[in-house]
Structure formats: structure tokens, C-alpha cells
Design a protein around this ligand. Structure first.
Ligand SMILES: Cc1cc2nc3c(=O)[nH]c(=O)nc-3n(C[C@H](O)[C@H](O)[C@H](O)COP(=O)(O)OP(=O)(O)OC[C@H]3O[C@@H](n4cnc5c(N)ncnc54)[C@H](O)[C@@H]3O)c2cc1C
Length: 385
């Protein structure tokens, strides 16, 4: 007998695992399909840490994070493990830098309780930084890190505990919507469901093209490095913040970093964007660039000297970019039973639990209470007739 589910979710990454969790929580019969093993290193969501913050250069995202934080707290409560580690977050730069000005304006417009620090304040609070004259900081206490893989696995585990079926090593080959629902073709069998949620990360483009949607997604194989600071105790949560350096010069676009929880892992430093993009995942070269790791060490030597130690590890990870770097959270205009979560553009992890809930709402009720004004498909004018 062909298996039938209320909802099938494609992709057990950050967003898909969360969608499966909220669907199961709503009592739906759920199937979550993943092409690789759970906790694989080929996509965007797995690894030690991701930044979580309210501090955004757009008040809509600040408001969405006001909905996301409580969901993370509820999830860690139910999972019985701590997934969020509070570190504080410092955005620093010259105050007339565009991104710094935009950030400050957005935090003011959002009435967020941040601190505006001058160079002396920063030197006193975080002597690890060596800032250029005239640099200032925007500090928010609730910024922190999410234990990335543990967040994804917690969503998946709790979905299973509520009856969801999770099958990995099972690539979805084809999705066929019809008046009676959706047929999901895999090598092993065809599964049937009433609704489907497509959260396929960097693999979304091909699956959506087959649905008549040519989404202008680009894949950016970014790189991250973990460095050994000279004194580990000075770079752990509690002594060192998550930071964003508002600059776009020789070190790349907005270097940022996350303190380590385990000295053997090291201080994580990367940059926001600035790598060449490719069109499909099979064009990705996962080989890390030694030139990039040296450029980041030079950044550390200038702005965080004690962090410019030996490289412990480095690897590539995928951003899936939309042209405007806003997400896609919407229903297929011709097939409302096809719900799409895509293009999280290098800043989606902190939203994954909320995006999962919003996609589950769209699949179950056809609407969500949260603001999707930035996330509509129609902004791309791309749907084939
Ligand atoms: C280095 C790096 C640092 C980042 N730092 C931050 C940060 O600090 N804060 C933050 O908020 N965000 C950050 N991000 C962004 C964030 O991690 C992503 O936006 C988010 O993880 C995207 O989740 P996803 O579920 O869409 O994608 P993925 O996690 O890639 O999930 C998609 C899943 O779908 C599966 N799949 C695809 N096609 C199929 C198929 N046909 N059949 C079955 N399965 C399929 C894939 O194997 C994959 O597991 C960072 C990203 C990177 C790469």
C-alpha cells in the first residue's frame, strides 16, 4: 500500500526539521525526507554554532526575532538541553559606515534596548579589541550563539517523539502536485500527502523549476575558520561577545565571530558575504582557501590581536542567496498545497524555529500570523503561466 501522510517535508536541515516538529505538534501525520544522513556537512545548518540576535538593520527582522527567541526557549525546555548560549553582541565600526548607520537606525526604530558604546567603553569592557580611532559600538546583551546541529537534531528528535517518520539517505527525485494532493517520488517508493513543504536549501532551485518556478537562487560556498587564541579564557561566552565588524575592505564584507565554548574548537571567524557564487550544488568546490584563512588572520591581527593564533580547522558551508537576501516563505501560486521555504541567504539559522512554524501554519491553515511581507514569491515575477 502506498504510504499517505498529511504533510511531507523535503530536507531535514534547520528549517525542514523545525517544520516537521511544529506539524507533529499540531497532530499531523508527517514524513521528513533527507537526501544525506542527518547531521551531514554538505548544506547550511549543521555545525557548532550560529549567531542569534535581535540586532538587525531592518525592523521587520527585529520583530520576527521577538517571536523567534521565545520559541527557542520553549524548544530547549522541551528538549531538556540548552541550545542557546548568551554571549552579548557587539557591532563595531566607524559610525558613518552605511551598514552601521542602518543598523543603529533600525534598532532605534524598533525601540530595542541596546547600548551605544564609544571606543573607551569598548576598551574597558572588551580589551581584546584594538579598534581604529573613531570607531564606536552597538551592544546588545541578548545576542548569543545557537548550538546549530543540536538545534536541528532536537527539532527532528521531538518530531519523531510526536510520531513523525524521518527517513534519511532518501533523495526526493520528483514532486507531482495534483487535485488530490502531492505525489513524492524517491528511488525506493512514491509517497503521497495532502500538503508538502519544500525546504531543500541549496538544492531548492531544481525541485522548484520542476514546479514551474525559476527562482533566482545563487549558491555561495562561504568559508569559516576556527582560530586558537593565545589565552582561551579571554574568548569564551561571558568574556568575549559575538561581534560584527562593519567594514568592507581588504578582509572581506563584514567579518564576524563567535566565541568558543570549547578551547579545542577555537574562536570562529568568518565574513558575511564576498565569495563567488555558483548555480547548482554540484558546482561547489568544498576545498577551503588557505589565502582566505590568512586574510582572516590578518583581520584578527589588526582588530583582535590575541585571537590571531594558529588555525585549528576550516571548512566550506553553503549560503543560498536570493537577489535581495530576503527569504522565500510562501505557497506556490498555482498549487497552494506546495509550501516553499527557501533562500535563507546566510542569515536564516536564528529564524529556523520560527520559519518552521510559519511554514507549518501555511501548510495547515494556508496562512500564518507572522509578517511574510518580505518573503513573497511574487516579488520575483517568476512564476510560469
Ligand atoms: C558558514 C555559515 C555560517 C552561518 N552563520 C549564521 C549565523 O551565524 N546566524 C544565522 O542566523 N544564520 C547563519 N547562517 C545561515 C543559516 O545557517 C542558513 O540560512 C540555514 O541553515 C538554512 O537552512 P535550510 O534548512 O534552508 O538549509 P539546509 O540546512 O541546507 O537544509 C536543506 C536540506 O534539504 C536537503 N535536501 C535538499 N534537496 C533534497 C532532496 N531532493 N531530497 C531530500 N533532501 C533534500 C539537504 O540535504 C539539506 O539537509 C550561516 C550559514 C553558513 C553556511
Amino acid at each position: 500500500m502506498a504510504q499517505h501522510f498529511d504533510v511531507i517535508v523535503i530536507g531535514a536541515g534547520g528549517v525542514g526539521s523545525a517544520a516537521a516538529y511544529y506539524l507533529s505538534k499540531a497532530g499531523k501525520k508527517v514524513l521528513l525526507l533527507e537526501q544525506f544522513e542527518l547531521n551531514h556537512q554538505n548544506g547550511s545548518s549543521y555545525g557548532y554554532s550560529r549567531v542569534i540576535r535581535y540586532t538587525y538593520d531592518n525592523p521587520i527582522y527585529v520583530d520576527l526575532m521577538r517571536a523567534a527567541y521565545p520559541l527557542w526557549f520553549a524548544l530547549q525546555e522541551e528538549a531538556g538541553e540548552s541550545l542557546y548560549v548568551k554571549t552579548g553582541g557587539l557591532d563595531f565600526g566607524l559610525p558613518d559606515t552605511d551598514t552601521f548607520r542602518q543598523m543603529k537606525a533600525s534598532l532605534d526604530a524598533s525601540n530595542l534596548d541596546y547600548e551605544h558604546l564609544d571606543q573607551a567603553d569598548i576598551a574597558q569592557r572588551y580589551p581584546q579589541f584594538a579598534l581604529d580611532d573613531g570607531m564606536e559600538g552597538l551592544f546588545h546583551a541578548d545576542t548569543g550563539l545557537l548550538r546549530a546541529s543540536r538545534c536541528v537534531l532536537a527539532h527532528t528528535r521531538l518530531a519523531q517523539a510526536r510520531g513523525a517518520t524521518v527517513i534519511d539517505h532518501t533523495p526526493v527525485l520528483k514532486v507531482v502536485p495534483s487535485d488530490s494532493g502531492v505525489a513524492v517520488h524517491t528511488e525506493r517508493e512514491v509517497f503521497y500527502c495532502d500538503r508538502i513543504i519544500l525546504t531543500a536549501g541549496s538544492w531548492a532551485k531544481d525541485l522548484l523549476a520542476a514546479q514551474g518556478i525559476d527562482l533566482p537562487l545563487k549558491i555561495m560556498p562561504c568559508q569559516l575558520g576556527f582560530y586558537q587564541p593565545s589565552r582561551a579564557a579571554d574568548f569564551e561566552p561571558g568574556t568575549f561577545p559575538v561581534f560584527f565588524a562593519h567594514m568592507n575592505g581588504p578582509y572581506g564584507e563584514m567579518p564576524y565571530g563567535i566565541p568558543h565554548e570549547d578551547p579545542s574548537i577555537g574562536l570562529k571567524i568568518t565574513t558575511f558575504y564576498g565569495w563567488d557564487t555558483v548555480d547548482t550544488p554540484d558546482q561547489v568546490d568544498y576545498t577551503p582557501s588557505p589565502a582566505w584563512t590568512e586574510r582572516i588572520r590578518a583581520f584578527a591581527q589588526q582588530y583582535i590581536p590575541a585571537a590571531a593564533g594558529p588555525l585549528i580547522s576550516t571548512r566550506r558551508c553553503l549560503y543560498t542567496l536570493t537577489p535581495d537576501k530576503h527569504f522565500v516563505v510562501d505557497q506556490h501560486p498555482n498549487h497552494p498545497q506546495v509550501v516553499i521555504g527557501a533562500g535563507f541567504s546566510g542569515h536564516g539559522f536564528k529564524f529556523t524555529t520560527l520559519m518552521g512554524k510559519m511554514l507549518a501554519d501555511l501548510a495547515i491553515e494556508g496562512r500564518t500570523a507572522h509578517d511574510t511581507s518580505l518573503f513573497k514569491l511574487e516579488r520575483f515575477q517568476l512564476v510560469a503561466a
